[in-house]
Design a protein around this ligand. Structure first.
Ligand SMILES: NC(=O)c1ccc[n+]([C@@H]2O[C@H](COP(=O)([O-])OP(=O)(O)OC[C@H]3O[C@@H](n4cnc5c(N)ncnc54)[C@H](O)[C@@H]3O)[C@@H](O)[C@H]2O)c1
Length: 254
């Protein structure tokens, strides 16, 4: 396919609602995509849709807490497509949110699991991606974080802490590797609705959320993918070290 990402090779780690949108968009703009997910069948189904639409993509089993499987995804990009230009770390554990507890009641096992997947896992992704990007003379790392990192919620402490930690990771990578052509940025979505989200949410609650967003609607995976495509493309070559909110004006932070 033709587009801004033609000739680029991108790993998307974590499919699902937003990740599926990212993979579809990157492929539609011409990239060859490796889509990894802990749910291999889901990744294969999403890759099947991309290929049916004329895109280039391959699925792999990827556990974002497991260094070997992340390296396998990067190795697949190299062996199947010839290298690595982009890595979008997108998966997340939401385990502490499931408990509905504040700091006093939060099971520390849930805290540890969220930090292991969302914070440590994104470090593992970065360590796997950079050496291959250096061989190509640079690349783009994009991380999906969350507006929750800025909000001070009464629950989801580990989730918010894990996402905020990635903002430090972005700045480290951007500063350290800019001279070698590697950029790093985070996208912090507001509430993004998709089939998997709607399956577990009360429609009245969703409508109430949408009414509080300045642009009058919730986000879609395509909104996040549009920013991701810019950051992956050469048009984003002057953007690095940033945390970019894509949230319909919900945060308006400085
Ligand atoms: N949907 C929203 O409102 C929203 C808002 C802010 C941030 N985000 C962030 O966007 C990203 C995607 O969220 P989503 O709404 O698409 O959720 P989702 O549940 O639809 O997708 C998450 C995907 O991650 C995969 N996954 C979970 N644990 C994994 C692991 N250890 N290794 C590999 N894959 C794993 C799941 O199988 C799933 O396919 C997450 O980082 C999330 O924190 C989402």
């Amino acid at each position: 396919m033709e587009g801004r990402l033609k000739g680029k090779i991108i790993v998307v780690a974590g499919g699902g609602g937003i990740g599926g949108g990212l993979a579809r968009r990157y492929a539609a703009e011409g990239a060859a995509v490796v889509l990894g997910d802990i749910d291999r069948a889901l990744a294969e189904a999403q890759v099947g849709e991309i290929v049916a639409a004329g895109g280039t993509a391959v699925a792999t089993a990827l556990d974002g807490g497991d260094e070997a499987s992340i390296k396998t995804a990067v190795a697949l990009a190299v062996s199947r497509f010839g290298g690595l230009d982009g890595f979008h770390a997108n998966y997340a554990s939401f385990k502490d949110g499931e408990s509905g507890e504040d700091i006093l009641g939060l099971p520390m096992e849930a805290f540890d699991e969220v930090m292991r997947i969302n914070a440590r896992g994104f470090v593992l992704c970065t360590r796997a991606a950079i050496p291959e990007m250096l061989k190509r003379g640079g690349g783009s790392l994009v991380y999906t974080t969350s507006g929750a990192a800025f909000m001070g919620e009464t629950v989801r402490l580990a989730y918010a802490m894990s996402k905020l930690s990635v903002h430090a990771l972005v700045r480290h990578v951007a500063n350290r590797f800019s001279p070698q052509g590697i950029r790093a940025n985070a996208i912090a979505p507001g509430v993004v609705t998709h089939a998997r989200f709607e399956a577990v949410m009360d429609p009245d609650v969703v409508a109430g959320m949408a009414a509080r967003i300045p642009v009058g609607r919730l986000g879609k995976p395509e909104d996040i993918a549009a920013m991701g495509a810019l950051l992956m493309s050469d048009e984003g070559s002057f953007v690095t070290g940033q945390v970019i909110s894509v949230d319909g004006g919900n945060s308006m932070r400085q």
